[in-house]
Design a protein around this ligand. Structure first.
Ligand SMILES: *Cc1c(COP(=O)(O)O)cnc(C)c1O
Length: 495
């Protein structure tokens, strides 16, 4: 055995220890996952904070079993479990086992995908997966891209490329053009578009909101008007962000109509398919992404609708040459001569330097299960959301917003009679009470200033019975709130 500190390093001398330790840890997690009877224990942050605060980080426990025991108290016991069928809140998916196998391999080998000399086959595997995804999207022979940490980073990089292309097209001086650049996006788009605009040094009002229709899809006529206003005001539209699967409503902007307008105006089209990318592997719904093949750039989050562990995401571009805007050469890493030597250094395409081999998870998934199986899982949850929508829209106690093209349902409980005035508070209360009980976890959002609840279905194991049961719990918690606010509700009050 090597001396004390070194026995914890994974080396040829400790490979056995590695295997035992990781197997023991995996066994504990497996037991937790198998035994979880609720998605959450409902623990309050102040209680858990106490547990975490009492750990003395300067007094190590010395062995993994003891650390795992402690981890149970500070994390595993009270974690939020996305595999539980009554976790219905955010865009978190249960994960597929082949991807976890990939995670185990990539963590131990610890390749870094910035340069060939730190990754070798890892780089080639990532490139194959980028090509595979770009082909599914139909982006054409020049397409390229890179894995990123998530949809937010993919959107940021897409807008960086769009900004640089717009600045190059308008010519110097940059300082004069920069504040006149605009990004058109729908009101239902993701907030990372605003954050990106800020990071990219655009004007505070650079993101122009384009109206949506009743189904929360961008209105092409409103996009025309936004283009026209920019033209009139001497502003340059550097990009249109179309969303293929909005976070709240699962709505897909009309991609062909938007693409046509971008082509006419010479504007960069970015399609944010962080959520909707699962349709790329659906055998029944791929057509919902028609038009994506005309995008200049596309965001895909495999960690949402491909059932991959966080992080697993990519930015794709129709013309790989655009990635040069993220290229810098450092003598210590990727000197200029490596380009002539045709050394594949992915750092030339990325905002990150040291970068996880996240692509391996998708690779193992495709090699074990295949794309159709992933598409089936996603189709299942989209079907279930349609059933949940029917259930809620036929129930007079509820108001449902719009029928999602993907797997969300936005709804609210409507108390009857004078209780109606408390609808906002009652729904807020129902969500908090559900989470505190741990019986189910649902999300919340606002629509036209009013509080709504949201199911995001990404677990094929969630049945319509689970959904019906959670709906009843929402009604009970909301009624209890109203009763406390105004007294008991007579059984048949007209609404
Ligand atoms: C989730 C989401 C993002 C952000 O992705 P992250 O992986 O959370 O950074 C961007 N756009 C849309 C539409 C999303 O749903």
């Amino acid at each position: 055995m090597p001396p004390a500190a070194r026995e914890h390093l994974l080396t040829n001398a400790t490979a056995d220890r590695y295997l035992r330790t990781v197997t023991d840890g995996a066994a504990r997690v497996a037991a937790r996952i198998a035994g979880a009877d609720r998605p959450f224990t409902g623990i309050a942050p102040e209680h858990l904070a106490l547990e975490v605060a009492t750990v003395d980080l300067d007094r190590p426990l010395g062995d993994a079993a003891a650390a795992l025991d402690e981890l149970n108290d500070v994390y595993l016991r009270d974690a939020v479990y996305f595999h539980h069928p009554r976790y219905l809140a955010h865009l978190n998916c249960p994960v597929v086992i082949p991807a976890l196998l990939g995670e185990t391999v990539l963590a131990a080998v610890n390749s870094s995908l910035d340069t060939w000399d730190q990754s070798a086959g890892g780089t080639l595997i990532e490139q194959r997966l980028i090509d595979w995804t770009a082909r599914r999207a139909g982006l054409g022979p020049l397409a390229d891209g890179v894995f990123t940490s998530g949809g937010s980073q993919s959107n940021l990089q897409a807008l960086l490329l769009a900004r640089e292309e717009a600045l190059a097209a308008s010519g110097p001086p940059r300082a004069e053009t920069l504040p006149r650049l605009r990004v058109l996006a729908s009101a239902a788009g993701h907030f990372s578009v605003q954050k990106s605009a800020k990071l990219l040094g655009l004007a505070p009002d650079a993101v122009v909101t384009v109206e949506v229709d009743a189904d929360r899809r961008m209105r092409p006529a409103a996009l025309d008007r936004a283009f026209e206003r920019c033209r009139r005001d001497g502003l340059t539209v550097m990009a249109v962000v179309a969303t293929a699967g909005t976070t709240d409503f699962g709505s897909i902007d009309p991609l062909p109509e938007i693409a046509r307008r971008c082509a006419a105006a010479g504007a960069w089209l970015h399609v944010d398919a962080a959520y909707g990318c699962g349709l790329l592997v659906s055998r029944t719904r791929r057509h919902l992404l028609d038009g994506i093949e005309r995008a200049d750039s596309v965001t895909v989050d495999y960690h949402k609708s491909f059932f991959q562990p966080v992080s697993s995401s990519a930015l794709l571009v129709r013309d790989g040459r655009a990635l040069r805007h993220a290229t810098y050469h450092a003598d210590y890493l990727n000197p200029e001569r490596t380009v002539a030597e045709r050394i594949p250094n992915q750092v030339n395409k990325s905002l990150q330097t040291t970068r996880r081999f996240d692509a391996l998870k998708l690779w193992m998934t495709l090699r074990v299960m295949g794309a159709d199986a992933i598409g089936e899982l996603f189709d299942d949850v989209v079907d279930r959301a349609a059933a949940a929508w029917s259930l809620l829209s036929e129930d007079p106690r509820f108001e449902v917003v719009t029928r999602s093209q993907l797997s969300t349902v936005v709804f609210r409980y409507l108390p009857t009679g004078p209780g109606r005035a408390y609808a906002d508070e009652a729904n807020l209360h129902a969500r908090a009470a559900l989470a505190a009980s741990g019986d189910a976890v649902v999300a919340g959002t606002t629509v036209d200033g009013r509080h709504f609840l949201k199911f995001t279905l990404l677990n094929p194991e969630t049945t319509i019975d689970d959904i019906a049961a959670v709906v009843e719990l929402v009604a009970e918690h909301a009624d209890r709130y109203v009763e406390r606010a105004i007294g008991p509700i007579p059984a048949c009050t007209a609404s």
